[in-house]
Design a protein around this ligand. Structure first.
Ligand code: GLN
Length: 306
């Protein structure tokens, strides 16, 4: 089967499941999204594209952004970053407060909320939040090779008005001296990076460097080193789906990062970058149908890393 046929098959097989799961209603602007959407797109390291369903409809990438800010922070700080955040699976929900207290303000990994707040703080370093938001947006535009990518201000404002739990995590980090910029500045950047709007095609394109040892295979731009690309993939596999990361490794076998907008970016190292979107979430906060689709895709392609 060629890749277009494989995605058409995955799309067809998901029809019976569309609408399952719950949209992330704790962010009011996301509660309004129709849970029946489903899109999938992939791009190979040779530049071959395939897509099916709502692959051109933009959605809120939410926590998928954590992967890209981590890429930037590792380029900026190198291994020093690991003094402030761990690289171990959390075994807890993405916004756990109790774990942060138990571990005295050092988040378990950079792909849970507390860890991502530290990463954003490491990028901010007392700079202006607006400049960093512009920088992160420009990075996504560069990676996706698409200058039209932008932040959805309504989603960013919506989360700003209701993000009390993230505010708690940020204040907690600050109390442990693991947040250096003002809490309000870090949260402003974090809510805006989460509110980046992209579609499956753009997101798959943006992740392609991770399938090719840190180099964009289509324009040969250095994004990160081979070692860091390997580690980003390792973190996606062990931490990218929070407490369900083991389940995703078991069922799908590809490094991935999910977001509560219903998007998942998955990497088949050496082969392709895949983005899937379906807004209904499972109890761990990952796209329910998106995860099923990746399981089907991995079975049809044999792309599991195991
Ligand atoms: N913006 C969301 C939050 O911080 C991101 C969470 C997610 O996508 N898992 O709660």
């Amino acid at each position: 089967m060629d890749l277009t046929d494989i995605l058409a098959t995955v799309h067809r097989d998901m029809q019976a499941h569309l609408g399952r799961g719950r949209v992330a209603d704790y962010i009011p602007a996301l509660a309004r999204v129709d849970p029946k959407h489903f899109g999938i797109a992939l791009i190979t390291c040779h530049g071959q594209h395939a897509a099916a369903g709502d692959s051109a409809i933009p959605f809120s990438i939410q926590s998928v952004s954590k992967l890209f800010t981590l890429t930037l922070a590792l380029e900026k700080h190198g291994g020093k970053l690991w003094k402030r955040v761990g690289h171990e699976s959390s075994g807890s929900s993405f916004n756990s407060i109790v774990q942060l207290e138990q571990e005295q303000g050092i988040p378990r990994n950079p792909l849970i909320n507390a860890g991502a707040l530290v990463v954003t703080d490491a990028l901010l370093e007392s700079g202006a939040p607006a400049n960093l938001i512009t920088h992160i947006t420009a990075f996504m535009q560069q990676l996706a090779d698409d200058p039209s990518i932008s932040v959805d201000p309504e989603v960013a404002t919506s989360e700003g008005e209701t993000g009390f739990r993230n505010a708690s995590l940020a204040n907690f980090l600050r109390a442990y001296n693991n947040l250096h910029s003002p809490v309000a500045d870090v949260l402003q950047v974090y809510f805006n990076q989460c509110a980046l709007r992209m579609n499956c095609r753009q997101l798959a394109r943006a992740g392609l460097f991770l399938a090719n040892a840190g180099i964009d295979p289509l324009n040969h731009t250095h994004i990160t080193t081979p070692m860091r690309a390997r580690r980003l993939n390792a973190l996606m596999m062990t931490c990218g789906h929070y407490d369900a990361s083991g389940d995703v490794a078991f069922r799908v076998g590809l490094p991935g990062k999910s977001g509560v907008g219903g998007g998942i970016l998955a990497i088949a190292p050496g082969r392709a970058s895949i983005a899937v979107w379906s807004p209904g979430l499972n109890p761990a906060g990952n796209s329910l149908v998106g995860q099923m689709a990746l399981e089907r895709l991995a079975a049809l392609t044999g792309w599991s890393v195991f």
